[in-house]
Design a protein around this ligand. Structure first.
Ligand SMILES: NC(=O)c1ccc[n+]([C@@H]2O[C@H](COP(=O)([O-])OP(=O)(O)OC[C@H]3O[C@@H](n4cnc5c(N)ncnc54)[C@H](O)[C@@H]3O)[C@@H](O)[C@H]2O)c1
Length: 275
């Protein structure tokens, strides 16, 4: 095995001291790890999830005045209220991270309209609705701010059985680029992070299946799935002033997997959820 660099081996810096952050999908996996990392770097965090108990658990794990917000990212009223609650608690919104998402796996010809709409609703419309509410607050308060959206390697890399997910994530990338253009003059940066296979509940079934796991690991030059902390480290960079001149870009955090072919549906098994 190659030597593995672990984000927690780095002494925590305080790049985000005092900044106010809102993170969606905060109750699990990547979103939870982002909350913990941004808090370690000194940010005050509003943890948003449609699962109220999970949002509360993340906020409790952070402690020190972290907010828990129960909201559906695809609901404009919910997101408007969430942004207002964050700004009311912390006086402003400096950092927004849109990590909420759902996966679904079915061949194109078998994908129901209901599944298509659900994936697009959460993964793409959810980012639009969130980003719009966040950007309005950031414009109103003035000064520098940053929005980071979680896309996926599947934004660029087609996967059999992942039509809705791939289309939604490609949309997230392009939405972020348009937003970066429109918001640059107001000092608001917008970037995306594209994780590869990451060890979270979303892909637990896939990783527990030896055949599917092997198919993915064969495809990852760094020979392991990402840990949520690997993705959170990239978000912390993009949210910080170290990335002050970065906007409109996607940073793929995938162990090199997007240089290779995506595993076929036969290798992954038709039941495997999206990565
Ligand atoms: N795990 C992977 O391999 C992987 C790879 C690439 C991209 N991603 C993306 O990373 C993001 C996080 O995924 P994860 O792996 O941590 O998944 P996860 O299932 O562990 O966490 C997703 C969280 O989003 C919340 N959520 C779902 N729908 C919501 C909604 N409508 N409103 C508010 N919250 C909602 C869930 O309750 C859950 O807490 C997603 O956008 C996913 O598409 C994951």
């Amino acid at each position: 095995m190659p030597m593995t660099w672990r984000p927690e081996m780095t002494p925590p810096s305080k790049r985000l001291e005092g900044r106010a952050a809102l993170v969606t999908g905060a109750g699990s996996g990547i979103g939870r790890a982002i909350c913990m990392r941004l808090a370690e770097e000194g940010a005050r965090i509003a943890c948003l999830d449609r699962d109220a108990a999970a949002a509360r658990a993340t906020a409790d794990a952070i402690g020190g005045g972290a907010l828990a917000i129960a909201a559906d990212v695809a609901n404009a009223t919910d997101m408007q209220r969430a942004v207002e609650a964050t700004a009311a608690a912390f006086d402003r919104l400096d950092i927004a991270v849109n990590a909420a998402g759902v996966g679904a796996s079915a061949r194109l010809v078998d994908t129901t309209l209901e599944t298509w709409r659900h994936v697009l609703d959460v993964c793409l419309t959810g980012v639009f609705v969130s980003l719009q509410a966040q950007a309005r607050q950031m414009i109103a308060q003035g000064g520098p701010a940053v929005i980071v959206n979680i896309a996926s390697t599947n934004a660029r890399q087609p996967g059999e059985g992942l039509a809705a997910y791939c289309a939604a994530k490609a949309g997230v990338e392009m939405l972020g680029r348009v937003a970066a253009l429109e918001l640059a003059a107001q000092g608001i940066r917008v970037a995306s992070v594209g994780p590869g296979l990451t060890d979270t509940p979303m892909v637990a079934r896939l990783l527990a299946d030896p055949v599917a796991r092997e198919a993915f690991l064969d495809n990852i030059p760094l020979q392991r799935p990402a840990r949520p902390e690997d993705i959170a480290a990239a978000i912390a960079y993009l949210a910080s002033d170290d990335a002050a001149y970065v906007t409109g870009q996607t940073l793929y955090v995938d162990g090199g997997a997007s240089m290779q072919r995506y595993p076929s549906l036969a290798a992954r098994k038709p039941s495997a959820p999206a990565a």
